[in-house]
Design a protein around this ligand. Structure first.
Ligand SMILES: Cc1cc2nc3c(=O)[nH]c(=O)nc-3n(C[C@H](O)[C@H](O)[C@H](O)COP(=O)(O)OP(=O)(O)OC[C@H]3O[C@@H](n4cnc5c(N)ncnc54)[C@H](O)[C@@H]3O)c2cc1C
Length: 412
């Protein structure tokens, strides 16, 4: 039986967008993701001629990279039906979460830069370069995690020893920046631009953090080697090193006091985790679909295994949780989009709850899918072992679920 989508009142335009993105996710992202996943050396993922660039080109040809950019700079932000925006993320996550995270991070500095473009000419140029790029030559990243600071970013901490290790000191018209962002930065080794969290007032710990939007070809900035890991292998990750890097003053777009006044901690948590909830809802559905289809074909004991009651019941439990996650992620996404449209703060608590639920459910459903595939579930001949590895990384990505939960509990 076909998977029945029960959301009512989807416009013809929204359904057409969903169909187009689903096709890209199935025909391009899924096979490219599998090919990249099987590359032994993560440096090959981002090498010239890698199929990664076909995926980037496809994503940008569909103009999906414009979703975070306002119309005055050539983007589509705020013009799409919020449900269409949600479905785009879910379908991309269905195709490949590692590639989806790469695409999402690639736009982050530019979405932010558009907010400052009316006042800072360099920001406007940054946004325009990104909008026009169709090949993946202008790629962003979000550089927050450090070798010494991971889970604790979401928890803050006002003592000096809690503060960022990447620090900046203003000298004349430039900040002199030193320190290292961790090998976990998504797109770290291929990015041309970054959203950079940098300690400007060490006495205030995490409360002394400012936000810079920078090109990564400034003097004193270098990159580490691509990270080798078990899940989301199509997603390039790597460290960014600052050695007396000179960052023009105007790139430091938010001073620590403004970050605190604007409650940027919750806004950033809500944005990043809200996005994760949507794509992992898609991944959970991908795991379910693979298991359902396989169970109809695999014959054991003289019948397709879906005829065995244990398999049938497991599939129903998987379906139940996938639907719960999709419903919850949609509800959160639509609420936070409405808040955004009104210029009101998003709900960080709902976004973190949805991220934790989606990543934990995706991991559970993918593990069940491996079980339903039996021995075949453990081989690279079938997609579920990769889906399981990709899902597992989600419970650590963009904040460990436990520390995120502790942080979000404060928003209740
Ligand atoms: C696929 C993927 C993509 C990522 N992308 C990015 C990215 O784009 N940019 C970026 O900057 N980072 C990124 N990260 C990094 C990610 O945010 C961190 O890995 C995460 O925040 C955890 O930090 P850590 O690995 O240093 O673990 P640690 O902070 O060392 O945590 C280890 C364990 O200790 C617990 N713990 C840590 N601190 C505390 C505390 N204060 N109180 C209680 N318990 C604590 C945690 O719950 C965890 O179980 C990514 C990670 C992954 C896996």
């Amino acid at each position: 039986m076909a998977y029945r989508d029960i959301d009512m009142n989807l416009s013809a335009e929204t359904l057409a967008i969903q169909k187009e993105v689903r096709k890209f996710a199935k025909d391009v992202m899924r096979p490219v993701g599998i090919e990249l996943d099987q590359m032994a050396d993560p440096a090959d993922v981002i090498a010239q001629g890698s199929p990664l660039w076909d995926a980037y080109k496809g994503f940008r040809d569909l103009e999906l990279h414009l979703n975070s950019i306002p119309p005055e700079y050539g983007g589509t932000a705020g013009t799409l039906d919020p449900m269409a925006s949600y479905l785009i993320s879910e379908e991309l996550g269905y195709g490949d979460v590692g590639l989806t995270v790469s695409f999402g991070a690639s736009g982050m500095p530019f979405g932010f830069a558009a907010l400052f473009a009316p006042f800072i000419p360099e920001m406007e140029q940054m946004v325009r370069d990104y909008v026009e790029d169709k090949k993946g030559e202008v790629v962003g990243c979000w550089a927050i995690t450090e070798p010494e600071h991971g889970g604790d970013w979401s928890l803050g901490g006002e003592a000096p020893e809690c503060g960022p290790s990447v620090t900046g000191v203003l000298k004349g018209d430039e900040y002199i920046v030193n320190g290292e962002k961790a090998a976990w930065v998504s797109n770290g080794t291929l990015a041309t631009h970054a959203v950079l969290h940098v300690g400007l007032d060490p006495d205030k710990g995490m409360g002394g953090t400012g936000l810079a939007l920078i090109p990564l070809d400034l003097p004193g900035i270098s990159k580490g080697a691509p990270l080798n890991k078990i899940g989301q292998r199509p997603l390039n990750q790597g460290s960014i090193i600052f050695e007396d890097a000179r960052i023009p003053k105007q790139y430091m777009v938010l001073e620590p006091s403004t970050m605190v006044d604007m409650n940027m901690g919750e806004t950033i948590l809500a944005g990043a985790n809200g996005g994760m909830a949507q794509i992992f809802a898609g991944l959970a559905k991908a795991a379910y679909d693979e298991a359902f289809n396989y169970a109809q074909q695999r014959v054991q004991g003289g019948v397709p295994i879906i005829e065995h009651k244990n398999i049938k019941l497991d599939l129903f439990k998987m379906f139940t949780r996938v639907e719960a996650v999709r419903a919850n992620s949609r509800r959160m996404a639509l609420y936070n989009a409405a808040q955004n449209a009104l210029g009101q703060p998003p709900s960080g608590a709902h976004a973190v709850a949805a991220k934790c639920l989606a990543t934990e459910t995706a991991t559970w459903v993918a593990s069940k899918a491996v079980q339903i595939f039996g021995g075949n579930g453990l081989t690279k001949e079938y997609p579920v072992e990769k889906i399981f590895r990709d899902a597992r990384a989600g419970m650590i990505e963009d904040g460990v679920n436990e520390t995120l939960g502790l942080a979000a509990a404060e928003f209740l």
